[in-house]
Design a protein around this ligand. Structure first.
Ligand SMILES: CC(C)(COP(=O)(O)OP(=O)(O)OC[C@H]1O[C@@H](n2cnc3c(N)ncnc32)[C@H](O)[C@@H]1OP(=O)(O)O)[C@@H](O)C(=O)NCCC(=O)NCCS
Length: 185
């Protein structure tokens, strides 16, 4: 697939919610209002992946936080910073040093051939270029999302914390979250 990356606009909200629907279980999915605000507040950190026809195939959502420098791998990050459906305005500041990746997903038809890894890498690079003050990055991942975990590990992120039973999918047992951090250079 030939693909392009572009900043999201409010007109993308239906496509974003469709990708969200096909990517996360009920109880883990985040709300339309939350996504709408992410796009409005930080469009340069909300990146769409489009195919050659312009159709949206994936999204990458982020915020910029100001956090103490992660000393090394294994350095702790305050687990209370992470909540599903939180308001981007709670911590976002464009002069900050930390890229917080709040969500990232591809439509199922595009998965499994390396597209997720390429999209992740290019989205981070694009934001890093626009915000040179970014020196580090943080995210959380469900312990059972093996593909996402493989991408983050390959891209230099290391596990530095654990939030027991963070994800509560409807009709399924709760699952824990892993906090991962990485340097941006
Ligand atoms: C996460 C997601 C974007 C990854 O995209 P993708 O195109 O499927 O991923 P890729 O094809 O780039 O593969 C990623 C890695 O997973 C690995 N992988 C695939 N299946 C695996 C499995 N069962 N166990 C372990 N690793 C696996 C691949 O080998 C690859 O690693 P490599 O590059 O070192 O070989 C996509 O799967 C998705 O949208 N999932 C649902 C939403 C989600 O989980 N988002 C993450 C939020 S934190």
């Amino acid at each position: 697939m030939t693909y392009t990356l572009r900043d999201a606009t409010p007109d993308d909200i239906d496509d974003i919610m469709r990708i969200e629907y096909f990517s996360f279980q009920e109880g883990i999915r985040e709300d339309e209002d939350v996504f709408r605000k992410r796009v409005e507040v930080f469009p340069k950190g909300f990146i769409m992946l489009a195919d050659e026809t312009g159709a949206s195939k994936g999204y990458f959502a982020s915020e910029i936080w100001q956090l103490p420098a992660f000393k090394s791998s294994g350095a702790g990050v305050d687990a209370s910073l992470f909540t599903l459906n939180h308001d981007i305005s709670d911590h976002h500041t464009e002069s900050g040093n930390t890229l917080y990746i709040s969500s990232f997903a591809l439509l199922p038809e595009c998965r499994g051939s390396g597209m997720g890894d390429r999209f992740f890498n290019e989205a981070v690079a694009r934001i890093r270029l626009a915000f040179p003050g970014l020196t580090q990055s943080v995210l959380i991942v469900n312990e059972s999302w093996v593909r996402a975990r493989a991408i983050y590990k390959k891209r230099g992120y290391e596990e530095c914390g654990f939030i027991p039973l963070f994800f509560k999918p409807e009709g399924d047992a709760p699952q824990s979250a892993i906090i991962m951090t990485g340097a941006l250079s």
